[in-house]
Design a protein. Structure first.
Length: 156
């Protein structure tokens, strides 16, 4: 998960959850996250228990870096790589996507490009990113006032 430092911040960090241990040992699930939330809430309030400490050890945090909007972290299902939009740029300007290391939880590869629509018009890359099963990257954008999805040419 990528977290922004504040609602309008361009910096943040990535947290990696050991979902297997959280599910199997502590019965945490997408419909029952209260134990995980409570373990961090109690810590912020100055209290703690051995169970809460163990639950928090299932979460690994990366250091703070420039994340951009923060909502675009996406996994390429073809190769398992993690990518995010660090800077969507402006219409005709340079956009930046970065590859995230699964071990350091920091970016280590940068790709800069000037997005164009399929008919050659300059576009602004949106802050969302996704991949199809074949490894093609897509982002949303506004082209001439209408919403549109664009394919980033090439495989990442």
């Amino acid at each position: 998960m990528m977290y922004a430092a504040a609602s309008n911040a361009k910096t943040g960090w990535v947290a990696k959850y050991n979902l297997s241990k959280l599910r199997n040992t502590y019965k945490v699930s997408s419909s029952r996250m209260d134990l995980l939330r409570h373990a961090f809430y109690v810590l912020m309030q100055g209290g703690d228990t051995s169970e809460y400490k163990a639950v928090r050890k299932c979460v690994t945090y990366g250091s703070r870096f420039t994340t951009g909007h923060g909502q675009s972290l996406a996994m390429n299902p073809k190769n398992g790589q993690l990518w995010f939009v660090q800077n969507p740029g402006t219409s005709g300007g340079t956009a930046t996507v970065q590859r995230l290391s699964k071990t350091t939880l920091r970016p280590y590869q940068t790709v800069k490009f000037k997005p164009r629509s399929s008919d050659g018009h300059k576009v602004t890359m949106g802050s969302n990113l996704t991949f199809d099963k074949a490894g093609h990257a897509y982002f949303s954008s506004f082209v001439a006032g209408s919403k549109k999805t664009e394919n980033l040419q090439g495989n990442y």
